[in-house]
Design a protein around this ligand. Structure first.
Ligand SMILES: Cc1ncc(COP(=O)(O)O)c(C=O)c1O
Length: 379
């Protein structure tokens, strides 16, 4: 048995340096997507910025972006504090819903028009929140299928917004499989977290946004001083899309590290075995259970693994106690609350902090977590 599989089976925190890492020029040549697709996504977001500014608080004139802060030798990208839905999933989810509304062509907010259509999605929680909040504002009917990990407050919030919440006993991949069936029903659009190019492009816009923030902060990215970006990974769409956007801007001067829970290391399992979504963590005896609800994914996205698998520098696994500890430490030192999934990046930073360059921990969610929930998870 390989040492990696041995560590994964035993749920021991581990680091996998990707032997298939290749130059961006070579990886990009095999992709059907490129800069032009990110241009389109950004243009659509810009076009709808006035409407967003009118209907939601906290945006920068309708631009949905998060703070970028420095903490000693580390930088933190606070997608935990993205406006509207408070997680990295806001990037892909909100873009996907706006694009669908654009394609259908009604005025945003026209309930009589949009309530003819239903959007369905499966989620561990945060994608559901982003899709649910934006769809409800536009006027769509929404049905969110939630896996067993999904937190009660996320279900409550969605119901308050008028979304239908369907609860599942199984894990995220089971919920996706059932929700996918709804896509065959009339006037229904299923947002596929495992395979959606639209979600992917929404996440990818983050690359150029971070580039502008780095420039404003006076940070130069060069071959001698590259960017190291630590991304919590669930099904892979969020981190994969962000890395696609960053590679498009910085090519080989950016290194992406994906971080997963020791009990649900589905991306590293798929990449290291070359089996992508053809293998699940249950196949190596893991239960997929973790306090990091957003990362509790047993089978990775084949869509992302096959496209970004040669562009991820390394994968790292971390355990629940470390994520909880790092979230708490960050809260005490910065005042920003992160949910456990969102703190996974700190583990990887510790592994690679000695390398020259600029280190960015992507903190992916937390600002929507209610006060009561924060207290109970701190106990
Ligand atoms: C807080 C948080 N971080 C990271 C992720 C990972 O995103 P993905 O599942 O697209 O890999 C999620 C997914 O829901 C999340 O909720």
């Amino acid at each position: 048995m390989s040492p990696l599989l041995d560590d994964l089976r035993r749920a021991t925190p581990t680091v996998w340096l990707n032997p298939n890492l290749t130059s961006w020029r070579s990886a990009q040549a095999d992709l059907e997507y490129g800069r032009i697709d990110i241009d389109d996504a950004e243009a659509l977001l810009l076009r709808h910025a006035p409407w967003i500014a009118e209907h939601f608080e906290g945006t920068d004139h309708g631009i949905i972006e998060s703070p970028f802060i420095q903490r000693g030798s580390m930088w933190v990208k606070l997608d935990s504090h993205l406006p509207i839905s408070g997680s990295i999933k806001a990037r892909g989810g909100i873009y996907t819903v706006l694009k669908l509304a654009d394609d259908l062509g009604g005025p945003l907010g026209d309930q009589a028009f949009y309530s003819r259509y239903r959007i369905t999605v499966a989620s561990t929680g945060n994608l559901g929140l982003s899709i649910g909040i934006m769809s409800a504002a536009i006027g769509f009917r929404v049905e969110v299928h939630m896996s067993r990990e999904a937190k009660q407050w996320k279900k409550d919030m969605l119901r308050e917004k008028g979304c239908v919440v369907v609860e599942h006993e199984g894990d995220f991949n089971d919920a996706v499989a059932i929700a996918r069936q709804t896509g065959k029903e009339p006037d229904t659009f299923f947002v596929d977290d495992e395979n959606s190019a639209d979600l992917f492009m929404g996440y990818a816009v983050a690359g150029r946004r971070l580039k502008a923030q780095l420039e404003r902060s006076g940070v130069e990215v060069t071959p001698e001083s590259p960017l190291h970006v630590y991304l919590p990974c669930g099904v892979g769409g969020g981190p994969g899309g962000v890395l696609f956007g960053l590679k498009t801007e910085f090519e080989d001067n950016v290194h992406g590290y994906f971080v997963e829970p020791t009990h649900a290391p589905s991306m590293v399992l798929g990449l290291a075995t070359g089996r992508y979504d053809d293998i699940a963590v249950a196949d190596i005896g893991l239960d997929g259970i973790t306090v990091a609800d957003g990362l509790a994914v047993g089978r990775t996205s084949g869509f992302v693994g096959k496209r970004m698998g040669r562009s991820v520098t390394a994968c790292v696994t971390t355990d629940d106690a470390t994520m909880l500890r790092d979230a708490e430490r960050f809260f005490h030192s910065s005042g920003y609350y992160l949910e456990p999934s969102a703190a996974a990046g700190f583990t990887a930073y510790e592994q690679f902090a000695h390398l020259p360059g600029t280190h960015v921990v992507w903190a992916t969610g937390g600002s929507m977590v209610p006060e009561q929930e924060r207290l109970s998870s701190a106990e």
